[in-house]
Design a protein around this ligand. Sequence first.
Ligand SMILES: [Zn+2]
Length: 273
Amino acid sequence: MKIHHLNAATMCPLGARLLGAEGGLFDRARFVCHVLLIETADGLVLVDTGLGSGDIADPKRLGGAFLSVLGPKLDPAETALAQVKALGFSADDVRHVVLTHMDLDHAGGLSDFPKAKVHLHAREHEAAMARRSLQAKSRYIPAQWAHGPSWQLYDGIGEDWFGFSGVRALSDAETEVLLVPLHGHTAGHCGVAVRTAAGWLLHAGDAYFFSGSLDAEARTPAGIAVFQRFTDTIGAERRRNQERLRQLKLSRGREVTIFCAHDPGEFDACCRR
Ligand SMILES: [Zn+2]
């Protein structure tokens, strides 16, 4: 089993100083869309998809607010598809996609892998299909799954995973991928835990946005705190789960490498490892 860490969309929002990055108010920060590509005996598994070629061909579908606030680079070479091909694989080699949630910057690449089975929490799928609120309409973009993926939905409690409940999505002799409910950012948001020879990885999606939020002395830059609240679906659950992740990192940080979707420092550290 081999794991690649891919950045499947760079985003450059204004206000670097408020976002924990180097620079002033009018400098742009750098955020990544951290995607895992796992080579398994049963083909390739992607964890999240970033933005995809459909988004780059028609950026308007992402909405004016997303484009102006987050400033995505929209570089075709950054799509997961382009990076899968650069590694010598084809789109059809991707047999499974496991999603932390269905926000536009995580589900954008779905249509680049039309034959993949898409695994996610049932509560998230329901929320994305229903798009009940204005917030839901701006974050869930039906054009991203208009090709009609084969969904594999999960609910229920699952088994104990370091004090969290882990629902097994994929497993064979060497691969184990669990959905770990971390609801709050969205209704059915999950982390995705991957067992590797060197310990567990936990892709925590958007359960937090800044590595310092999980430090012993937690600190979250002002701009990120505002963004986090603005994008919360259930704020109390998001705050509770972020605190649980902080405790997990403090107590089991040697066994579990935790990273979120957008922190560039965490991404660079994973690539170096
Ligand atoms: Zn996100």
